[in-house]
Structure formats: C-alpha cells, structure tokens
Design a protein around this ligand. Structure first.
Ligand code: C2E
Ligand code: CA
Ligand code: CA
Length: 249
C-alpha cells in the first residue's frame, strides 16, 4: 500500500496509531537478550497493522518521518525505563534514515529527550538506514560526531547491501556494523560475510548479525566473532510486554 498523503501520516502520528515493536538482540557469548531494535508499525484504522515498507517511504518523501521518529523515540525511552526499572536494562537501537537527517534539529531533540527522561545515552544506538545515497557526507558525519560525543552509538545498518559502503564506514563515526541478512544468510562459500567481519574487526567495531533464522547461521556468525545476533531464530519483533516476558524466561 502506498500513496499516503502527508496529512494521513501526520494524523496517524497525532492519533497514536504509530506503535513500536522491539526485536531482541542476543549476546552470542551468553545467549542472553541484551538489546532490542525498535521497529515501527502503523495500526491503521481500516487496513489493520501496516509494516514499515507500506508507509516509511511515503513518510520520508513527505517529511512526516520527522513526527514518526519523535514518537518512536518517546516510546523507546518509555520502554527502556520500564525494562531498567524491572531490573533488566537493555540497550536500544532506533532507525534513522538519511532522509530524516535533513532535519537539522533531529539529534538535538534526541539528546534532549534522553536528558529529560534519564535514559542512559550509552544504551542508545542510532542505526543509519540508507534508503537513498548520502549527499553531504561531511555534514552527516559532523552531526553524528555530536551524538558520539554524548555516548550514543552509531550503527551502519544493512552493511553489505544497499547503499552502505566502505566510504561511509571510513567517513562516519561508526561504533557498530549491522550485517545485512543477505550476508548472514549467504552460503559459506560466499566470502562476503567473512570480508565484512574482517573490516569490522580491523576497526574494532561491535558486530551485530541480523536475519539469523537457523542454528547454522547462528553458529557461523558466532564462530566469525560477531558480538550480537538478531533474527527469527531468537525472536520476532515483540510489543513491550512481550519483551518483558522474553526477559523473564
Ligand atoms: P531493518 O532496520 O533492516 O529492520 C530489520 C527488518 O528485518 C525488520 O523488518 C524485521 O522485522 C525483519 N527481520 C527480523 N528478523 C528477521 C529474520 O530472521 N529474517 C527476515 N527475513 N527478516 C527479519 P520491518 O520491521 O518490516 O522493517 C523494515 C525496515 O523499515 C527496517 O529495516 C527499517 O529500515 C525500516 N524501519 C522500521 N521502523 C522504522 C522507523 O521507526 N524509522 C525508520 N526511519 N525506518 C524504520
Ligand atoms: Ca535497522
Ligand atoms: Ca537492517
């Protein structure tokens, strides 16, 4: 489904129809949930629950992504405080697309929200998702430098696919690489996963493997030295109570 008007998306934000699910990330040395990635859904009044592919591209084009990003951040902070107060603090990753970074105030609002809510900045990672090329790399790097200076992590999402490139890895203040599922699910004869892991290790980056669906994929990324893994093998995206239940088993 496409073709939403800016007004539809803005109204959806206002009506509280944008909700956050959280997909667990497991520490590969302990098998414990140590982090979650926040993924948006639109609880559409007539079409039911919509996946991000149905509305994020339109939101990026219209600018409504800015409001979506703000409510996602607020929900992440709420959830993070709940897990922390329940005795199991989790790291939390939030998706920020290149289109969102056109908003020069975005990261100011993010830092202010962390400050006001008391969520530890070092528990937050911004996943840079590149649905389009980065036109002004030095400016994006400058803005991310400010986040890093406050302790917020910066992850290059979908590494090995899409627009994420070596140039970005070198130009941006990255603290984590998120290995794309196409690499994680590739055949062991395909050297791309090993090469990406080597690049991350040279730079001392945290490595997260996404799209882990099988034991064999888990064993492979574990043997290669990935730090964390995310995928249907461990858990689908869950609501906030679902994460609390997953933490208690
Ligand atoms: P992503 O950041 O790469 O998120 C991972 C996607 O892979 C999610 O799809 C997740 O549900 C799916 N996934 C998780 N485990 C597995 C697995 O084992 N196998 C397979 N095949 N898929 C798996 P989802 O939730 O539909 O999100 C799609 C994309 O939409 C995200 O890709 C992200 O780029 C974007 N997105 C989601 N929420 C937001 C948001 O709040 N803001 C922005 N800017 N983008 C968002
Ligand atoms: Ca992501
Ligand atoms: Ca990804």
């Amino acid at each position: 489904m496409t073709g939403f008007e800016t007004a539809d998306l803005d109204a959806a934000v206002m009506r509280g129809e944008i909700v956050a699910l959280f997909q667990p990330q497991v520490d590969l040395t302990t098998d414990r949930i140590v982090a979650v990635e926040a993924l948006s859904r639109w609880e559409h009044p007539t079409s039911g629950r919509l996946e991000p592919a149905a509305f994020i591209p339109a939101a990026e084009d219209s600018g409504a992504i800015s409001g979506i990003g703000d409510v996602m951040l607020a929900m992440c902070c709420d959830a993070a405080l709940g897990w922390r107060d329940g005795g199991t603090p989790l790291d939390i990753a939030i998706n920020v697309s290149i289109a969102q970074m056109c908003d020069p105030q975005l990261f100011d609002r993010l830092l202010r929200t962390l400050d006001v809510t008391g969520v530890d900045a070092t528990s937050m990672t911004v996943e840079i998702t590149e649905s389009r090329p980065i036109s002004d790399l030095p400016e994006v790097a400058r803005r991310l430098d400010v986040l890093r200076a406050h302790g917020v992590g910066v992850s290059l999402d979908d590494f090995g696919a899409g627009f994420a490139t070596l140039e970005h890895l070198d130009a941006l203040p990255v603290s984590e690489l998120k290995l794309d599922k196409s690499l994680v699910q590739s055949s062991p004869d395909d050297g791309r996963l090993d090469a990406a892991v080597a690049l991350a290790n040279e730079r001392n980056l945290r490595l997260v493997a996404e799209g882990v669906e099988t034991e064999a994929q888990r064993d492979r990324v574990c043997a290669l030295g990935c730090d964390r893994a995310q995928g249907f093998l461990f858990s689908p995206p869950l609501d906030v109570d679902g994460v609390a239940r997953a933490l208690s088993v």
